[in-house]
Ligand binder design. Structure first.
Ligand code: FDA
Length: 396
């Protein structure tokens, strides 16, 4: 069977690319090996899909080539996607920090993309495994196997790989895109699980485990970047938005510094309390600002519970550092099992930032997370999928 375009991977980027190319009159086949398409869209944003962000900047993305994302992000912007969402009458709201979520469910976004594909007469086939790809004079020939294990040969002029990253293998993630990029002679940068909780070991694991479920505002500093936001103690270590953001800028073996009282100076607070509430214990005073369980366990480190007036300068300095300068070296991360994204991927030096075609392989395109472009937490990764998918859709 001959097609103009075959797209492998019916996730966010693949669906967007298919609808865009179909609208141009291209005959498009969208394939996925999973039993349902767009699974990550459905599970995203806690079921409400954080589909974009009001403030999308190239600085919100990591890549060996930080300039690569600029062109696509400026040609298909967050406003274009918001416009599409509005045309489909999907109610949405801003949660915080410009993050836009569906009022109802993530399925609103998947249904939007499916409706666009339907209008553009895109053919979608799930449960189809691509066994082999050959480059031929007119484009590509794919050997595929459907759910009945029937093999079919499919031909296309343009082949788009949109198979995403490695996170959440149970949702259909695979290394397919990286493997085929290498087979076609492209390079792939080092990949790590990212936007992912940190794991701890030893004493700090015990502390985190005791505090499991407690959440507080913090700022996290890695050797490259600082983020403010919520931190969540877990049975394995640390999670929450501030930690996930920091994980994008963290390498194994590096230490991070966490300020557990980012909006106040504990030094100044204690001096103020000494003049105002001298007989109260530090524990009681701190519990007005921080979760009680956290204060109790955190102060066990200094093993003291005396009235605030009895702390001398040296002790105040120690207490200040205890809350503002928590140095830890995570033992690792929770890995692809829980990570939201894969950092690294197909080397953008090998891809045109205008068309998304491989520079050395005519007709072969890579879009979305499979590329070495990783966004921050907050709708940035979906915007990359929409922008790269739409731009490639103009050329395939
Ligand atoms: P995506 O992963 O969406 O799609 C890839 C598709 O390829 C899948 O359908 C898969 O089955 C298919 N595939 C893989 N291997 C294949 C093979 N060998 N053959 C055929 N098909 C194959 N981002 C954001 O901006 N806001 C958010 O709220 C969230 N929330 C979120 C929650 C969770 C739990 C996760 C894991 C991730 C997020 N993300 C997110 C990240 C976001 O989901 C992700 O960056 C995009 O889905 C990437 O879009 P792609 O289309 O590139 O890959």
């Amino acid at each position: 069977m001959n097609w103009d375009v075959i797209i492998i991977g019916a996730g966010a980027a693949g669906l967007m690319c298919a609808a865009t190319a179909g609208e141009r009159g291209r005959r498009v086949l969208l394939l996925d090996h999973a039993n349902k398409v767009g699974k990550k869209i459905l599970m995203s944003g806690g079921g409400r899909c954080n589909f974009t962000n009001l403030d999308i900047q190239p600085e919100n993305y990591l890549s060996d080539n930080p300039h690569f994302c600029k062109s696509a992000l400026s040609r298909y912007t967050q406003w274009d996607f918001i416009d599409l969402v509005t045309r489909h009458q999907i109610p949405w709201h801003e949660k915080e920090l410009g993050q836009l979520f569906c009022d109802r469910k993530s399925s609103d976004i998947l249904n939007l993309l499916l409706a666009e594909c339907d209008a553009a007469e895109v053919t979608i086939e799930a449960q189809t495994t691509v066994k082999d790809i050959q480059q031929i004079s007119s484009g590509f020939e794919l050997s595929c196997e459907d759910v009945q294990q029937t093999t079919q040969l499919l031909r296309c002029e343009s082949l788009v790989i949109a198979t995403g990253g490695l996170s959440i293998p149970t949702m259909g993630a695979s290394g397919f895109g990286y493997d085929w990029a290498e087979k076609f002679g492209l390079t792939v940068t080092r990949r790590t699980a990212s936007l992912v909780p940190f794991t701890l070991s030893g004493k700090w694991l015990d502390v985190a485990s005791d505090l499991s479920g407690v959440s507080l505002a913090c700022s996290v500093t890695t050797p490259r970047k600082s983020f403010s936001g919520q931190l969540l103690f877990t049975h394995r270590g640390l999670s929450g938005p501030a930690i996930l953001q920091a994980s994008n800028y963290w390498e194994l073996g590096e230490s991070v510094t966490i300020d557990l009282l980012p909006d106040e100076s504990l030094h100044d607070l204690i001096e103020r309390w000494q003049s105002l509430h001298s007989k109260q214990t530090l524990k009681n005073l701190l519990a007005q600002l921080l979760p009680k369980r956290f204060v109790q366990i955190w102060l066990e480190q200094i093993d003291e519970n005396k009235p605030v007036l009895h702390y001398n300068h040296k002790e105040i300095k120690e207490l200040h550092d205890l809350f503002h300068q928590w140095h830890i070296t995570p033992s690792g991360t929770e890995g692809y099992r829980t990570a939201e994204v894969t950092r690294g991927g197909v080397n953008t030096d090998d891809i045109s930032s205008k068309t998304f075609e491989a520079k050395q392989v005519k007709g072969l395109y890579f879009i979305g997370e499979v590329l070495d472009v990783t966004g921050w937490l907050g709708g940035y990764n979906f915007q990359w999928a929409w922008s790269s998918g739409w731009c490639a859709g103009q050329f395939v």
